[in-house]
Design a protein around this ligand. Structure first.
Ligand code: PDD
Length: 287
């Protein structure tokens, strides 16, 4: 099937889509990104991802490439042209193209923007979620602004590769206090020994996950106890359940941490229920 990408104002064939060699994204990782899950051809948690995109851009003083209405149109067009029913849309915005210099171009240049979309086999994803996934831990080695969804993802890529080489789907970063910060591309959660849902406070140098925020609403409506308190790997290994959240994984039960099986090694009832409730909510609210 032909795929199409949006590059700086137009849709082009995916195989022919190119950016300039002096784009600051390519040269300096000077840019941000966002990822929307797509359900039935519609964008999930749309507003939350837009709000975070504008914030990431503002924090880095990168000009907004376009307004929200226009961007919504282009994202939907990327979904439509790629015939994505269930999948993901990726957006990258960089500071633009300029002669190489670490400092910002002066005068400023127009930001660059790229959008791609891909399909996901949700039936396969459901089968995998029903089996549960494994994570490994790696030392936290990222910068102090993980609240910005920066395209500078080298530590995340290395962590994810380490996970893959050990048969795991995700790597959890662990800070110098021995506390889990988040995953390489997801937020980390446990259901602790007392039955409380636990995840790290989003003000503590992690990405404020949009899936995480929506799940907070779902959890409150379900009347489940929640505590924004970080946990150690040992606590997670002794927890009743664990799971990760993100646009790519939705709510994915974790059944093995650093080779230690959680409980009976099967996805727990809370994570399984939250996955179902999150997907239901995301589908209802998708636009
Ligand atoms: N990753 N933490 C990190 C480091 C992430 O990269 C992501 C998302 C999340 C979860 O955020 P959200 O719920 O808004 O997707 C947390 C995306 C999916 C990615 O890099 O592909």
């Amino acid at each position: 099937m032909s795929r199409f990408a949006y590059v700086n104002g137009r849709f082009v064939r995916h195989g022919e889509a190119v950016v300039h060699i002096e784009d600051r994204g390519y040269q300096l990782a000077d840019g941000v990104y966002e990822v929307w899950a797509v359900f039935d051809g519609k964008l999930a948690d749309a507003e939350g991802h837009f709000t975070r995109l504008w914030r990431s851009l503002d924090e880095l003083r990168i000009t907004h490439p376009m307004g929200q209405a226009a961007l919504t149109f282009v994202l939907r067009e990327a979904v439509r042209r790629n015939k994505v029913r269930d999948g993901l849309v990726y957006l990258q915005v960089t500071r633009g193209v300029a002669r190489r210099d670490h400092a910002f171009p002066n005068p400023g240049v127009a930001p660059s923007m790229v959008i791609t979309a891909k399909s996901v086999d949700r039936e396969l994803a459901e089968r995998k979620a029903a089996q549960g996934a494994s994570v490994i831990s790696v030392p936290e080695n990222r910068w102090g602004r993980c609240d910005i969804k920066s395209i500078g993802l080298l530590p995340n890529a290395l962590a994810k590769q380490a996970a893959r080489e050990r048969g795991a789907v995700e790597a959890w970063f662990v800070d110098e206090l021995g506390l889990v910060t988040e995953g390489a591309s997801s937020n980390a959660w446990i259901v602790d020994a007392e039955g409380n849902l636990r995840t790290r406070d989003a003000n503590a140098n992690i990405l404020r996950g949009i899936t995480r925020s929506t799940l907070f609403e779902v959890i409150r409506e379900a009347g489940l106890p929640i505590n924004e308190k970080p946990f150690t790997i040992a606590e997670a290994q002794g927890a009743r359940e664990a799971f990760v959240t993100g646009a790519g994984t939705l709510v994915l039960p974790i059944v093995n941490i650093d080779g230690v099986k959680l409980g009976d090694g099967l996805p727990g009832p809370v994570a399984t229920r939250l996955r179902r409730l999150y997907i239901q909510r995301a589908k209802e609210k998708a636009v």
